[in-house]
Design a binder for this molecule. Structure first.
Ligand SMILES: C[S@@+](CC[C@H](N)C(=O)[O-])C[C@H]1O[C@@H](n2cnc3c(N)ncnc32)[C@H](O)[C@@H]1O
Length: 312
């Protein structure tokens, strides 16, 4: 049993890289948690004494976390907004609102994965849905309607799949006889192309590629990052936890770019850009979970944390 709203270790799925995140936000009074999920990071940050504004695009996450953290909400220290963090400037009605710390713990939550009706998993018989929020087409729609080139791009770009074109062709061939409805249909197509030795690692990777496409996750992240940066107080810290190489690449690129004094083209003789870095990298390299955390929480295995501090 939980001993209070801050006791996230039992009642909540353990938040990934929690010690590292708490250290980054030491002394922060106001936090924006862009990815509320099960409320793990929010709960830990509230327990640390911060006031937290949280966003999630998933209505189920919002309802559940609101119940769990109701005492903080009643005390005026916790507020939740339903929406996509890429729309942060619409979601936060006060254009001047800034935060000492902002966290985005990307991807899918354990709650979403565990709830079979949400269709995120490749467990036998699970529906192919994977929508986190308001996106219209679900995973089955995508498999049943995207053309071969689009599917191949999804499997290659988001799934690192060398046989992406063949898999796309197989999907198109199969759906001519029978539409894709459950996870078994997609697993069958993967097996037919990757062979009988393909297994859960391949399924996880290719299901993830579909999920990224269904929720337009990488484009959303690219749009969001500069907006989130501009919502930091001077000396405020932005922390991003990625679980996919594409997410980490975008985050790394943005944070490095903001940390450079000059962003003019290399051959340009006179600087015409902003001429000064907007802030500095807090993490030179992505931080991974320790072996001990991974043993406790296998989800942490692929987590990569990067942080950036806005100039004073
Ligand atoms: C990895 S979980 C967060 C877990 C959370 N930090 C915790 O400790 O419980 C990611 C959550 O972010 C949400 N999410 C993902 N992309 C989002 C976006 N673009 N806008 C808002 N919420 C998003 C998902 O719905 C999911 O609930």
């Amino acid at each position: 049993m939980s001993s209070g709203p801050g006791a996230w270790d039992t009642e909540y799925h353990a938040p990934v890289l929690a010690d590292e995140v708490l250290k980054l936000f030491e002394g922060a009074r106001t936090i924006l948690d862009c990815t509320l999920g099960g409320g793990g990071h929010s709960a830990a940050l509230l327990a640390m004494g911060a006031t937290v504004t949280a966003i999630d695009r998933d209505p189920a996450a919002v309802v559940t976390a609101m119940k769990r953290l109701a005492s903080y909400a009643a005390a005026g220290r916790f507020r939740v907004i339903l929406g996509n963090f890429s729309e942060v400037n619409t979601l936060l009605t006060d254009p001047a609102q800034r935060f000492d710390g902002i966290i985005a713990d990307l991807g899918v939550s354990s709650h979403q994965l565990d709830d079979e009706s949400r269709g995120f998993s490749f467990r036998e018989g699970a529906m192919l849905d994977m929508r986190m929020g308001e996106s219209e087409a679900d995973a089955a729609d995508l498999l049943n309607s995207a053309d071969e080139t689009e599917l191949a791009e999804i499997f290659r770009e988001y799934g690192d799949e060398p046989k992406a074109r063949r898999l796309a062709r197989e999907v198109v061939r199969r759906r001519e006889n029978r539409p894709f409805i459950t996870s078994d249909d997609f697993v069958g197509a993967i097996r037919a192309v990757l062979g009988s030795r393909s297994g859960s690692g391949d399924f996880a990777r290719l299901f993830q590629s579909l999920r990224i496409a269904v929720n337009d996750e990488l484009a959303g992240l690219s749009t969001a990052l500069p907006r989130l940066r501009d919502r930091l107080e001077p000396n405020g810290v932005l922390a991003v936890i990625s679980y996919h190489s594409g997410e980490d690449r975008i985050t790394k690129h943005e944070m490095r770019e903001w940390s450079r004094d000059c962003i003019c083209p290399p051959r340009q003789l006179t600087c015409t850009c902003r001429g000064a870095a907007l802030g500095e990298l807090v993490t030179r390299k992505a931080v991974s979970a320790t072996a001990e955390e991974i043993a406790r929480n296998p989800r942490a295995r692929s987590a990569r944390l990067r942080a950036w501090r806005r100039g004073g």
